[in-house]
Ligand binder design. Structure first.
Ligand code: NAD
Length: 297
């Protein structure tokens, strides 16, 4: 069993991005600028946005964090997004999800200028991804592909079972894994809450991507020996042995599944840091594209 170390890989990729920013500035480019919108003070969202802002500083990006109280209306929030669209200094915009129930996440994301959609959630970005055209890939699936690439894990011809069909993780993951790219060319099965006999399907998987949001959902009896496990889940569970009274776990029972796996991502320290890499790469790409330097991803 080899642990897929997201902290290590992301540190490596961040060094590359940092150098690209230095080179870019030497050629007269400006610092990439990421603007993040946070509504309310959900502790998990605070933590995620905090990591993103910190990463911007580490990599030589500029960042702006716009905070709004949960009583902001959908119209007001959309207006804030439009202001960022019109702000020439801003290269990338992210709206931290989830939003309060009275605001449609879809409507807010639709308001983002696709050329600044560094989370890759806009329908134009998702459509281009589906067609295999260059675009901003959703940050978490992009980060997972970067990790597979870093470890030279060839998924071609392998059976990949993705558990969860969200628009931000599960569904785009199936598209990226099945594309004619490297990594890619996998045979993919998408499973979800209405899938029957899930364990029978996962037991046939060479690769499992778990994006469910249920702690320890994938157990040892659901996996075959040699499986590659990518655990996307981030769940906070209570733990009296911790000073904080809680700890983070994934959607996979790590202790039970790791001995059966050939590669496995831990939580924390697996997919989470890779998501930030995906976002940062997209933001640099956005800045370069805006300046007319077209690069693919
Ligand atoms: P979501 O709630 O939008 O989707 C969950 C999916 O799980 C649904 O498609 C549902 O069909 C499926 N599901 C639920 N119960 C199931 C069951 N019994 N059997 C099979 N499938 C079932 O979740 P999401 O936004 O994709 O996030 C999933 C997890 O990943 C969460 O824990 C979230 O916090 C985490 N996450 C982590 C990162 C990261 O950077 N590591 C990024 C995004 C999300």
């Amino acid at each position: 069993m080899e642990k897929l170390d997201g902290n290590l890989v992301s540190a490596h990729i961040k060094e590359q991005i940092k150098q690209e920013v230095i080179d870019w500035q030497e050629k007269g480019g400006k610092k990439p600028h990421l603007a993040a919108i946070l509504v309310g003070n959900n502790p998990a969202s605070e933590a995620y946005v905090g990591h993103k802002v910190k990463s911007c500083a580490e990599l030589g990006f500029e960042s702006t964090l716009l905070r709004f109280t949960p009583d902001i209306t959908e119209e007001q929030l959309i207006n804030e997004v439009k202001k960022l669209n019109d702000n020439d200094d801003v290269d990338g915009i992210l709206v931290q999800l989830p939003l309060p129930d009275h605001i449609s996440g879809d409507a807010v994301i639709l308001a983002i200028d696709p050329s600044k959609d560094v989370d890759g959630f806009h329908p134009i970005s998702q459509g281009k991804m589906m067609l295999g055209q260059p675009t901003f890939l959703p940050a978490t699936p992009y980060g997972i592909m970067l990790m597979l690439d870093h470890y030279n894990i060839d998924v071609a011809g392998k059976h990949c079972v993705v558990i969860g069909r969200s628009n931000i993780v599960g569904t785009p993951m199936t598209i990226l894994l099945s594309r004619n790219t490297k990594p890619g060319n996998a045979t993919v099965t998408l499973t979800h809450s209405r899938t029957k006999n899930l364990a029978e399907i996962t037991r046939t998987a060479d690769v499992i991507v778990a994006a469910i949001g249920k702690p320890g959902f994938v157990t040892a009896d659901m996996v075959k020996d040699g499986v590659i496990i990518i655990d996307v889940g981030i769940n906070r569970i209570s733990d009296a042995t911790k000073k904080s009274g809680s700890r983070l776990v994934g959607d996979v029972d790590y202790e039970g599944c790791a001995p059966h796996s050939s590669f496995i991502t831990p939580v924390p320290g697996g997919v989470g840091p890779m998501t930030i890499c995906g976002l940062m790469k997209n933001t640099l790409l956005a800045a370069m594209q805006k300046a007319g330097e077209i690069v693919g991803n």
